[in-house]
Write a protein that binds this ligand. Sequence first.
Ligand SMILES: C[S@@+](CC[C@H](N)C(=O)[O-])C[C@H]1O[C@@H](n2cnc3c(N)ncnc32)[C@H](O)[C@@H]1O
Length: 279
Amino acid sequence: MSGSEKDHFSLPAEITHYYERGLEIQRFKGALGELELLRTKEIVSRYLPDPPVTILDVGGGPGIYASWLALEGHEVHLIDPIPLHRDQAHQASLDQPDHPISSIRIGDARNLEQPDASVDFVLMFGPLYHLTDRNDRILALREAYRVLRNHGHVLVVGISRFASALDGLVRDLLDDPQFMRIVHRDLLDGQHRNPTDKPSYFTTAFLHHPKELAAEVEEAGFHLEKIFALEGPAALLLDLDERWSDRDRREQLLSTLRLLEDEPSILGITGHMMAVARK
Ligand SMILES: C[S@@+](CC[C@H](N)C(=O)[O-])C[C@H]1O[C@@H](n2cnc3c(N)ncnc32)[C@H](O)[C@@H]1O
């Protein structure tokens, strides 16, 4: 299949193939993954009303956040275009029979099944960086806006424009001319493409400049409250594993990330950003 060929859910075929490898369920293993998971849960918890509220997890993948939120007592609905992710989320739900995920369906962020103003909180951790056309991203954000009740929050994750350059520096990948070409294009227009068969170079995505993420969220009608750097400078630490395994140093690291949250320039040295916005 060519890179531009689309599957039945209008997802570029290479994105489907990437996720069909089944790697996503392991993404939060290791220090950096655990840090991302913990920071995400912490920020979500700051904005989430007391349970029970209705949450829609758009592009919820294998259901890691959805099952956590269901355990917390919320009514959680998950949609994702990848059948493997649906099945993994289903299994995660079966594993907590007293707190199941309320529904898990194949779906697309651009065309949600939920009625207008029917959910209290929307997570969009993935779709926005896999929709490479700006019109599609606005469509997805407008769908989130439509299904949210007034004053409800949407939390949207974007990958930073600078992510591959920073990753290349930290992981010493810049000797690979193919990786260098990827970095050049990412910095030029944010259109991340991986012509290699190395899954560690990720797959088709759009990498946002923080200003672009802010503008898209606002264009969809939301009031933008804040953009957080999820990992921030922690991802640049060569001894992250060591620090993370020491309780005190881990806490020191997390509290430093919290201290940096009000400084917008930190968004330039993070791999992932999270926009928090309100209807
Ligand atoms: C990196 S994964 C993140 C999964 C999960 N949200 C998390 O944070 O762990 C990105 C997810 O976005 C989903 N996705 C990609 N394009 C999408 C679209 N157009 N609509 C909904 N989900 C999409 C993928 O199937 C994948 O599960």
